[in-house]
Design a protein around this ligand. Structure first.
Ligand SMILES: C[S@@+](CC[C@H](N)C(=O)[O-])C[C@H]1O[C@@H](n2cnc3c(N)ncnc32)[C@H](O)[C@@H]1O
Length: 269
């Protein structure tokens, strides 16, 4: 199977199983909720509000996130694009007065240079299974953004993932493998590659020190609870998901660097 076939067939199954549900592509309800809070926090930043006329979600899946955002921001035009025909068919049935959807490939975007103010992704670029493909995607996102525009990325990185597995191993738990349809970013290579294209914006510099939803490690405490403490106490019962124990600790602020999924605000140079 080619890499593209792996992705199309994985999301065909997701589309059949989860249809238009928020659990599509993410069965951990706390991660979905915290990702939404993070994306909403990003769109509430003053620096974002003043420029957000045309917004693109790349890898919009079944369109759940984009619908929530579009309904909350009626004066902004949203467009969602995705590689999976099956997920897109579900997204396209959503009635969003200020939104539209189309099929496409982030490695070769069919939009003019500087045509969007904001781009965001929620676990999309990790579906590109080689680093050169991920580099193409980052270059394309930079190309279609206006100068000063933002790319808000929720994607996975090996540093948080390695720390998580180290914590598991110390307590006698096996490492979690990376899913067959994912490739996580190496932080050093990522930073080096994007440096001519983007500045990484520290949310503290935007006056949102107290908004932990925008910290890059916004999921760290949750991952530590759900993937280290909880399996330890339940002796690794994989069927136990979204328990009250895990929910209780989800009220903690983020601490440490134990989550593969991270949020980063990039500003086009
Ligand atoms: C983990 S899912 C997340 C979907 C959605 N953002 C969500 O939160 O449910 C990743 C999405 O990226 C899409 N994707 C994968 N490769 C892509 C590509 N080359 N171009 C555009 N989208 C792609 C997949 O089809 C899938 O919908």
């Amino acid at each position: 199977m080619s890499n593209d076939e792996i992705i199309q067939s994985h999301y065909k199954i997701q589309a059949e199983k989860h249809k238009d549900s928020p659990t599509s592509t993410m069965e951990d309800v706390i991660i979905r909720q915290k990702e939404l809070e993070s994306i909403f926090s990003f769109f509430s930043l003053r620096e974002v509000k003043v420029i957000a006329n045309r917004v693109l979600e790349i890898g919009c899946g079944n369109g759940y996130t984009m619908q929530q955002l579009a309904e909350g921001h009626p004066n902004t035009r949203f467009h969602g694009m995705d590689f999976s025909h099956d997920l897109l068919a579900i997204a396209s049935k959503r009635e969003i007065s200020n939104g539209s959807f189309s099929q496409g490939d982030v490695r070769k975007l069919e939009y003019a240079d500087a045509s969007f103010d904001i781009v965001y992704t929620e676990r999309c670029l990790i579906n590109l299974l080689t680093w050169p493909d991920q580099q193409k995607a980052l270059s394309e996102i930079s190309r279609i953004l206006k100068k000063g525009g933002f790319y808000f990325m929720i994607e996975s990185f090996t540093d948080g993932f390695d720390n998580l597995n180290k914590a598991r191993n110390e307590l006698g738990l096996d490492s979690i493998p990376v899913a067959h349809h994912n490739l996580y970013f190496n932080k050093e290579s990522f930073k080096e590659f994007i440096s001519p294209l983007f500045n990484i914006v520290d949310p503290a510099g935007l006056g949102v020190v107290e908004n932990t939803a925008l910290q890059h490690n916004f999921l760290s405490s949750h991952y530590f609870t759900a993937r280290v403490l909880h399996p330890l106490l339940t002796k690794g019962d994989q069927n136990l998901k979204n328990t009250e124990f895990v929910k209780f600790f989800s009220f903690l602020p983020p601490s440490g660097n134990y989550a593969p999924i991270q949020a980063h605000i990039l500003q086009k140079k």
